[in-house]
Design a protein around this ligand. Sequence first.
Ligand SMILES: C[S@@+](CC[C@H](N)C(=O)[O-])C[C@H]1O[C@@H](n2cnc3c(N)ncnc32)[C@H](O)[C@@H]1O
Length: 205
Amino acid sequence: MKLMKTKDNSYTFFNEKYQEAYHSLTGALEEAQKKYIEPLEVKDGYIILDICFGLGYNTFVALENTKNIKVIALEIDEEILRDLQNIEINRKYEIIKKLAREKKYKDKDYDLTLIMGPAQETIKKVKEKVDCVFLDPFSPKKTPELWTREFFNGIFKIMKPGAKLATYSCARVVRDNLKAEGFTITDGPKVGRRGPSTIAEKPSL
Ligand SMILES: C[S@@+](CC[C@H](N)C(=O)[O-])C[C@H]1O[C@@H](n2cnc3c(N)ncnc32)[C@H](O)[C@@H]1O
């Protein structure tokens, strides 16, 4: 996989099979911070579902901002988990590398699990009710199976009332499918792309 430096000096990869980069080239770590961690107001004590773990940047930035969190991450591809072992950031990213190798990490602050396989299937194994969701697949054109009503229904069911999901996409089909499953949609921040990202909230009871 081809390593690329993005404009905030953080690295990402370009995936040849999907012909897409793992992050916005305007800033990979900036994207995690601005599109996921900040709009979801990730806090100490949260239970988080990280769909499409990739290089683990969304979970990594969550670790940087909190303690006492639990993360359940879903990923299909072992190759990216091997490739991220070559990225050097800081000691917290070493936790991500260990998680990628061992699929489990636990210390006094963090309880992290990485479940391998197609997220459409592995989501059925998640027993926790989550406080927020990072939804970060490749684009709807490349991986339509991760943007369907059925998949969104599976996510909705394991979110607490009032919990929020963030995704970089504002595609019509994505928002229509989220709305059809009961989410309330608002614009997320515009960072590095022309359109806004999307925040989808499961209404409170
Ligand atoms: C845009 S990248 C994710 C970037 C990641 N969130 C990060 O911060 O580095 C999309 C990821 O989705 C994964 N993926 C593709 N199809 C999948 C599927 N059916 N189930 C789970 N993960 C999948 C890819 O292997 C890739 O790692």
